[in-house]
Structures are given as structure tokens and as C-alpha cells.
Design a protein around this ligand. Structure first.
Ligand SMILES: Nc1nc2c(ncn2[C@@H]2O[C@H](COP(=O)(O)OP(=O)(O)O)[C@@H](O)[C@H]2O)c(=O)[nH]1
Ligand SMILES: [Mg+2]
Length: 202
């Protein structure tokens, strides 16, 4: 009897968990984006002051619930020496958010090379991708077409996976610039159809 009831309880309240990697060069705004997302989606979360976020050494983890899905974000360090650790997390991931600093034209090619290496990884084949052109609050920043042009020679390497490019400002989260919540839902439905499947239910 108890087993039946606890089984029913577990069934009714189970959540599917998905792991989303947040990648991009250091200083792109990955940790700011994660903090902004946690603050927006977790009602009682008292986030840190966004402008005081410092360089990530290692890994930040954040969790949000969207409908019946739980998204676990892994924000990995983007410095060159830490990029070699990214692929250790690929096998576990259901989606990737790749963040580009739209104010840093000098490092755009470096970002493109890191992006290209990531999308050509066999382990990530078919895994949905959300590319964020961040820092759109800064005047004269690169636009999405500018970034697409700079990344044009690796666009064909994205393959058949779902890929969406979106302009955003992780720092201000202003209405017109912030990523609408719907995008998270999109990522959930995309993650659901990805080969890596659901890793965990509880
Ligand atoms: N203007 C502006 N600055 C941002 C934005 N997102 C991040 N930053 C700043 O960029 C710097 C690096 O951000 P951080 O989140 O630490 O980048 P990470 O190294 O990719 O984790 C910090 O000074 C942030 O305040 C944004 O959307 N607009
Ligand atoms: Mg960081």
C-alpha cells in the first residue's frame, strides 16, 4: 500500500531534469546571464548584485523550474585554459547556450573558433543550441547580422540541430532586450527531442 502511494506521489510530482551548458569566452556575460535567469525564475532567490560578478574559475550551477521540467544550468569558465574542460560535460548536456560579447569585436574570431570547436564535437551532435548576442544595451555594439557574418564560415557545421540566435542583455534584462521566458520553454521542448534523452526523473 505504502509503495503504491509513494509510487503515485512520485509519478504526480516527478520532474524531468535537463542539463544546459552555458558556454562562451570569458567576459561574455555567462555568469551574469545565469544570475539574471535564476532571479527571474526563482521567486525567492536573492541574487548577487549583477555588476559585482567576478571571473568564474571552475563552474557555477543554477537550477530553475519551468512547468514540469527542471533546467540545470552549468556555467563553465571560458578562459582559454578552461575551454579544454568543456567537452567533459558534453555527454551529459541536453542543450547549449553559447554567449557572445557583442561589444568585443577584437575577440569575435576567438569566440568563433571556440564555437566551431564546440559545434563540431561529435558528442554534441543534434543537441539544440541557443546563441545569445549579449550586451545589446551597449551603444554601437555588434548586431546579429554582424555576428552572423563573422561566424558565416562555420554556420554549415551547425548541422541539422535546432539553433536559434537571439539578442539580449544579461545585465539590464530590459523588457525589449531580455530573453522572453518562452525561449526557455523552447529549449525544454527542443531538449526533449534531443538524443541525449531525459537523464533523470524524481
Ligand atoms: N553592458 C553589459 N555588460 C554586461 C552584460 N553581461 C555581462 N556584462 C558585464 O561583463 C563582464 C563579464 O560578465 P561575466 O558574467 O562575469 O562574464 P563570464 O566571464 O562570461 O561569466 C561583467 O563586468 C558584467 O557586468 C550585458 O548584458 N551588458
Ligand atoms: Mg563567469
Amino acid at each position: 500500500m505504502y509503495t503504491l502511494l509513494s509510487g503515485l506521489y512520485k509519478y504526480m510530482f516527478r520532474r524531468d531534469e535537463y542539463c544546459i551548458l552555458i558556454l562562451g569566452l570569458d567576459n561574455a556575460g555567462k555568469t551574469t546571464f545565469l544570475e539574471q535567469t535564476k532571479t527571474r525564475f526563482n521567486k525567492n532567490y536573492k541574487g548577487m548584485t549583477l555588476s559585482k560578478i567576478t571571473t568564474t574559475v571552475g563552474l557555477n550551477i543554477g537550477t530553475i523550474d519551468v512547468g514540469k521540467a527542471r533546467l540545470m544550468f552549468w556555467d563553465l569558465g571560458g578562459q582559454e585554459e578552461l575551454q579544454s574542460l568543456w567537452d567533459k560535460y558534453y555527454a551529459e548536456s541536453h542543450g547549449v547556450i553559447y554567449i557572445i560579447d557583442s561589444t568585443d569585436e577584437e575577440r569575435l574570431q576567438e569566440s568563433k573558433r571556440a564555437f566551431e570547436k564546440m559545434v563540431t564535437s561529435e558528442v554534441l551532435e543534434g543537441v539544440p543550441l541557443l546563441v545569445l548576442a549579449n550586451k545589446q544595451d551597449v551603444e554601437n555594439c555588434l548586431s546579429i547580422p554582424d555576428i552572423k557574418t563573422a561566424f558565416s564560415d562555420c554556420i554549415n557545421k551547425i548541422g541539422k540541430r535546432d539553433c536559434l540566435t537571439q539578442a539580449c542583455s544579461a545585465l539590464t534584462g530590459k523588457e525589449e532586450e531580455r530573453m522572453p521566458p518562452q525561449k526557455h520553454l523552447d529549449l525544454v521542448s527542443r531538449a526533449e527531442s534531443c538524443d541525449h534523452g531525459t537523464i533523470m526523473s524524481y
